[in-house]
Structure formats: C-alpha cells, structure tokens
Design a protein around this ligand. Structure first.
Ligand code: FE2
Ligand code: FE2
Length: 272
C-alpha cells in the first residue's frame, strides 16, 4: 500500500479562541480526561517542531508530489504547534507545574535531536503513527467530549483531521530516503524505534498528566493510577489502539494500509 493519489495535504491557517481552557476541567468536566489531553497538548509545540526539522533535513532529496506534501506537512505542523502553544498558554501556571513539564519535554527532545537526522526521522514516523491512531479514535467516543466548549473541540477535531491527512508524509519520506536499504533493514529499524518511543511516550504522558492531577489535589499514586486507568482501562484510549498499534510491526507496513479516507471526507466538510 502507498499513500492514495487523491490525498491532498492542505494547511489551514486557523486561530482558535481557547480561553475557556482556563477553567480547571474543560474536557467535559472530567479532571482526569482534561489532565491527559493537557499533557498531550504540552508535548505538541516542541514535539511538532522536531517533526518539522526531521522532514526538513531530507527535503532537498525529495521530488514531485512528495516534495510538495513535505512542504505542506511542515506548514501544518507549524500551525498545530502555534495553536497548541496558545491553548497551553491558557493553563494556569501558578496552579499547574506547566513549566516543569515543558522543561522535561525540552530535555527529552534535545536528547533525540542529538541522535542525528535518521533517528529523528524514525522517532517522527513512530510518533506520527500515535497521532494518526489517536486522531482516528478522537470522535469515536462522543460521550468523552460531551460538555467540552465548542471552540476547543473544534481545535482538536481540526488537528485530528490534519494528522490523518498527513499521516504518511514523514513515513513516505523515510521510505524514499532509505530506498537503498533492504526491506528487512527498514522493518527492523522501524520496530526498534517504535519499542523505545512507545515506552517513553506512554510513561511521559502518564507522568505529565499525573503531575497536573496532583496539582488539582490528588495524591501522587492515586493520580498515576487514575491516569493509567483512563489510558488502559476505561475509556482506555491507549488500550483501544491495540490492533492498529501492532500493525506497525508487520513487515512492509504503511500508514494507509488502514484506509480512513471516509472519515477524512466527513471532517473536511467542516473545515474545507
Ligand atoms: Fe500536528
Ligand atoms: Fe503530524
């Protein structure tokens, strides 16, 4: 499977008014869900800059539609980074350990940048698989988002749509710049990177979300337990990724093996 030829990556320069995130539990009044999505949002601005730089490092080698898609990918991630930074700016920094979390994200990313462009691209395609899976699941549980201010919901929906649109761009760049590798070498590289990324990404999300919950008054272990249950128990947003997560380890995997163009069309009716 390859990226279908009718997939167009379109940057949409939208400014969202997300002041209502200033309250404590903007996500449907649920403090645990809010903490998890705030934790994700706190990793995005710097994380997406890493994705941009990973693709940019190989841009001069790309041609044709992939070169155009890479340019659009960079533009989309830059706008996502800006909009999540603006959402994050509404978090009460005197109440939540936002600076501590941002510092931790920065240190993790500085380490990854030190690994060089090919490993950075590997980390990018692995994390893009996570964002694509989460995006696909985003509105499959409308109950979870019940009572969320419309503009914040719109921000997450727009992000989910564009993550779906560009889910294979970095991956196609990776395939293109490693075309002289054997398929087996590519698969093993991808698998190794994914194991490490999964462990660190999951532990980071738990750690960051639990730190936010602790600020709301939960005890340390209770906060960690609540976040872990949210991710792997009920509603289990990470648990539900299981089959699609495992697909990554299949030899010759491609993000469009899972074809969710129908969902993309639905979202596009709202955003163009
Ligand atoms: Fe993004
Ligand atoms: Fe992305």
């Amino acid at each position: 499977m390859q990226t279908p030829s009718d997939i167009a990556v379109i940057p949409r320069d939208i400014h969202f008014r997300t002041e209502s995130a200033r309250g404590t539990a903007w996500l449907g009044g649920d403090p645990v869900a809010t903490a998890v999505f705030n934790a994700l949002s706190l990793t995005f601005p710097d994380g997406e800059r890493l994705f941009i730089d990973s693709v940019r490092a190989f841009r001069s080698r790309l041609q044709g539609k992939l070169a155009e898609d890479a340019r659009a990918f960079i533009a989309q991630e830059a706008i996502h980074s800006r909009e999540h930074a603006s959402l994050n700016a509404h978090l009460d920094r005197s109440h939540y350990p936002v600076e501590r979390i941002e510092g931790s994200v920065r240190r993790r990313l500085a380490f990854l940048r030190g690994l060089g462009p090919m490993r950075m691209l590997g980390v990018t395609i692995a994390l893009e698989h996570f964002t694509a899976m989460l995006a696909d699941m985003f509105d499959s549980d409308p109950q979870l988002w019940d009572g969320t201010p419309e503009e914040i919901l719109r921000l997450w929906r727009w992000h989910a749509m564009e993550e779906t649109e560009h889910k294979a761009v970095a991956f196609d760049v990776f395939n293109d710049v490693t075309k002289n590798w054997t398929p087996r070498r590519r698969d093993r590289f991808r698998a190794r990177v994914m194991v490490l990324v999964s462990v660190h990404f999951t532990l980071d999300v738990i750690r960051f979300a639990a730190a936010l919950l602790e600020a709301d008054g939960a005890g340390r272990w209770r906060a960690r337990w609540q976040v872990t249950r949210f991710l792997f128990g009920e509603p289990g947003i990470f648990r539900k990724l299981g089959p699609r997560y495992r697909a990554w380890y299949r030899p010759g995997f491609h993000p469009w093996d899972y074809d969710n163009r129908a969902k993309l069309r639905e979202w596009r009716q709202q955003f163009g």
